[in-house]
Ligand binder design. Sequence first.
Ligand code: ADP
Ligand code: 5GP
Length: 216
Amino acid sequence: MISTDRDRRGSPYDLFSARVRDNSDMQKKKTLIIVVSAPSGSGKTTIVDNLLEEMTALVRSKSYTTRAPRAREVNGEDYIFVSKEEFKTKVKEGEFLEYEENFGNCYGTSSLQVKEALSAGQDIILSIDVKGARRVKKAFPESISVFIMPPSREVLEERLKNRKTDEKKDVLLRLEEAEREIAARDEYDYLIVNDNLEKAVDELKSIIQAERENKS
Ligand code: ADP
Ligand code: 5GP
C-alpha cells in the first residue's frame, strides 16, 4: 500500500579525501547496486520505503550519520546514528565505501553492508547525495543511478515545510543545495519526476525489473 506521509520512525572533518576504495570485485554479475539521489524533501525516502514493501531480494543501505534523529526515525532502521567521534573512527578504519558532509553533518555508506547484500545475492539501494553517487559510480561502474526530481521548486519547499522535520534555516539550506543537485541530474542513468507517489514508485520498480532482466 502506498503511504504519502511516511511513518517516520548535526562539523566538518578534514579527512575527506581519497574516499573511494577499490571495490570493483565486490559486485557480482547478477546483483544490482541502485543509487537514488534527489534534493532533500523530494520524496526519495518515501518512494524507497514503499518500493521495499513491494519488491523482494532488495535491501536498503542504512547509512551512518552524525545528524540527530528526527521524530519517529529509528536508529538502525532509517540511519545508524553515531557521534562525530564514532564517525571519525569509522573513516580512519576505512569502513565507508563513500562519505560526505551535508548540511553540517556527516553521512557515510557502509562497505560491509554493500558487500553482505551482494554476497547474499540481494540487490541494494542507496539513497545518497550527488557527490556520493559519483563516488559509487566510480567504484562500481555497473551501478544503476536514478535521480528523483520534485515537480517544482515550490512543491519542494512545500514538502520540506509540511514534513516539519527541519528548522526554517535548514529548509533554506536544503532549498539552496537543491539547485546544485538538480544541476547534476543529467549524470544519472534514469530520471523520475515525483509528482505522483504511486507513479514514481512504479517507475522505480520498472527500472529495477528491467535492469534485473538485463543482467540475468
Ligand atoms: P527525502 O527523503 O527526499 O528528503 P521524504 O521522503 O522525506 O523526502 O519526503 C518529503 C515529504 O514529501 C514527506 O512529508 C512525504 O510524505 C512527502 N511526499 C513524498 N512524495 C510525495 C508525493 N508524490 N506527493 C506528495 N507528498 C509527497
Ligand atoms: P537527510 O538529513 O535529509 O536525511 O539527508 C541529507 C542528504 O544526505 C540527502 O541528500 C541524503 O541523500 C544524503 N545522504 C544520506 N546518506 C548518505 C550517505 O551515506 N552518503 C552520502 N554521500 N549522502 C547521504
